[in-house]
Write a protein that binds this ligand. Sequence first.
Ligand code: ZN
Length: 151
Amino acid sequence: MDDLRDLYQNVILDHNKSPRNFGKLEGASATADGHNPLCGDKLTVYLLLDDDDRVSDIRFDGMGCAISTASASLMTEFVKGKTKEEIEEIFQRFHELVAGDSDDVEAAPELGKLAVFGGVRGYPARVKCATLSWHTLQAALHGDEDAATTE
Ligand code: ZN
């Protein structure tokens, strides 16, 4: 179990240090801002959707704690090439993993590396850091003008 925890820690540290898909996306078809006032995390998600509602490109920028940055980085890697529908489904599973009520904390296999955020379960303040980028992505997908917030 300790090895697994180290592995999870390393994934988060790595993505925080070198976030993937970081920066503005020129020609984005949708953007949204997200804010987690509890921690001070702020980020913007830039999306490019193709004609089939598939994410053909995604980037993010902003400032946040290690968990919010790593989560945004992994999220962008994960959703690239996926459809809106597939993203809804995976977000639900991700949310169940980090914030669900059930005692079954086993991560769904399709979550892949996102399973590392199972560690924030039971820490409501950290859950908001881990889900901020996903809420912001949802806002961008749904064309919400208002900033997404974890409150
Ligand atoms: Zn945070």
